[in-house]
Design a protein around this ligand. Structure first.
Ligand code: ZN
Length: 258
């Protein structure tokens, strides 16, 4: 599943391609014909990411809402347009490039009211300047749920996927099974700040990088413990557990649960 940084990166790229232009919108696969028609040739006024949701706003106050889910993907190409390959749900054609979106979990048109409702149920997004970390602190401090679960709950905090969850908790020495209410404010601030900094690096490089140590001029790995056997800090064994259906990794020694 794409993590938050890839969605924000897409928003940043697509903003340059579409905002200020009339965009030709179609559904090569046919499943989104009606939706595509309602925004076709309208001027795009904004492209924004909220967590893992992408929103393309048009002058007629309609927004295209995309959530890629586990299997969705976006391909970007230079003009001229080519024949669509595979099951392309929606195609957007700008002045210089076009994009094809295939296999999204959500592809729909929202009016302003529905858009506000959607945004209202997404937690503070680490990559948005208007994000309010206090909402995250308060929500977690009240919760008996595991921090490993809370970090992946997009209504609590938006942008963190499975890899960032593992890596941020390890970097901040927090066991994924700790309850939200067991964490103090400084731990929560550190989690927020670290995750935010890592996601910003992710957007910049379009890649998840959580380990900045280099041997010579090359990084041995861009990750610390995700899918690894040994902790790079203490050389201890990395354990793997299942939290809400996804694998979480941790170091028993560096992330004590007591
Ligand atoms: Zn360790």
């Amino acid at each position: 599943m794409p993590e938050g940084h890839t969605i924000h990166r897409a928003a940043r790229d697509h903003r340059k391609l579409f905002v200020g232009f009339n965009v030709a919108v179609s559904s090569p696969q046919g499943r989104f014909n009606i939706g595509a028609k309602s925004i076709n040739k309208q001027q795009c006024v904004a492209v924004e990411a909220f967590g893992k949701h992408l929103l393309y706003d048009f002058t007629n106050n309609q927004s295209l809402h995309i959530h890629l889910g586990l299997f969705g993907r976006i391909k970007q190409r230079k003009l001229p347009v080519e024949e669509a390959k595979g099951e392309v749900r929606v195609r957007l054609v700008g002045k210089t490039h076009f994009i094809d979106i295939s296999g999204p979990t959500i592809c729909e048109i929202l009016n302003e009211q529905a858009k506000s409702k959607l945004i209202g149920r997404i937690g503070p997004d680490l990559l948005r300047k208007d994000a309010d970390p206090i909402k995250f602190f308060e929500r977690v401090s009240r919760s008996r749920a595991k921090i490993g679960t809370l970090l992946m709950d997009q209504s609590v905090i938006a942008g963190i996927g499975n890899i960032y969850r593992t890596e941020v908790l390890w970097r901040q020495c927090v066991h994924p099974n700790k309850r939200g209410q067991e964490l103090d404010r400084s731990q929560l601030e550190n989690l927020w700040n670290d995750a935010q900094a890592l996601l910003e690096v992710g957007v910049k490089h379009n890649k998840i990088i959580t380990n900045f140590k280099k041997v010579g001029s090359v990084n041995t790995s861009s990750l610390n413990i995700y899918k690894k056997k040994k902790c790079p800090r203490c050389q201890g064994v990395i354990s793997k557990i299942d939290i809400s259906g996804r694998s979480a990794y941790f170091c028993d020694f560096c992330q004590p649960n007591s």
